[in-house]
Design a protein around this ligand. Structure first.
Ligand code: FE
Length: 234
């Protein structure tokens, strides 16, 4: 019996930056799985891929923070924290942040609320670890609406990085098959972002209706920063 994994996509998620610290260093990553477990004491669960540097930091320091991203956040912040590795770059370079009580960083740009947590337990789930954290501090930074994972996908044209819990290989193939009918779309080979000429890239000054070929050579993938040469016809 073949499972219809699209059913899993009917679960709602948000867009968060989960951060942690280790030996005086900080790192953070995009996560879509953050949810409240109990209210007394307030606890939340997060699911983090073992390959990610933030995973190592959380395991060692036993603390993490959650920055809840607002709807108006640009693709670039998601690219910075979602498609790059803290092993190669300092993700906090040029990012406004503050240090929470636990020592984990809270992103201040585009964050509408934050949670600061101490790890109560960690459960090994194969590729990921589910961490349950007790909230030791939290606050609202502004009253903008939170970005949902569905909004990010539909409006912003985002894709899941391969290390996200919601990444499903078959679905990417299926989606790409559908896109083939319209040959003008181009896909970033690094992050899977699809350039749609109908939408353009207004966040970076590219008007809707601009064909891929007419994008300036200086244009880069709005998600991961890859150059035009890293794109292929979808
Ligand atoms: Fe990209």
């Amino acid at each position: 019996m073949k499972m219809n994994k699209k059913a899993i996509h009917k679960i709602s998620y948000g867009v968060y930056i989960v951060s942690s610290k280790m030996n005086g260093k900080i790192n953070g990553q995009i996560a879509n799985t953050v949810f409240q477990i109990t209210s007394e004491p307030p606890t939340v669960a997060i699911s983090i891929n073992k390959e990610n540097l933030t995973h190592e930091y959380i395991l060692k320091s036993r603390v993490f923070s959650v920055s809840v991203i607002g709807k108006s956040a640009p693709m670039s912040i998601i690219g910075q924290f979602g498609f790059k590795s803290g092993r190669q770059i300092d993700k906090f370079q040029g990012i406004k942040y503050k240090t929470a009580i636990t020592g984990a960083p809270i992103i201040l740009d585009y964050t509408i609320a934050y949670l600061d947590c101490e790890v109560l337990s960690a459960t090994d789930v194969g590729t990921h670890t589910v961490f349950i954290g007790k909230i030791v501090d939290c606050d609202i930074l502004n009253d903008e609406e939170p970005m949902t994972y569905a909004y990010y996908h539909e409006v912003k044209g985002g894709k899941s990085p391969k290390t996200a819990p919601t990444f499903i290989k078959e679905d990417i193939k299926e989606e790409q098959g559908k896109e083939q009918e319209k040959s003008e779309k181009y896909t970033c080979k690094i992050c899977g972002y699809i350039y749609d000429p109908d939408k353009g890239d207004p966040e970076n000054g590219v008007k809707p209706g601009t064909p891929f070929e007419e994008l300036p050579d200086s244009w880069v993938c709005p998600v991961c920063g890859a150059p035009k040469s890293e794109f292929e016809k979808t």
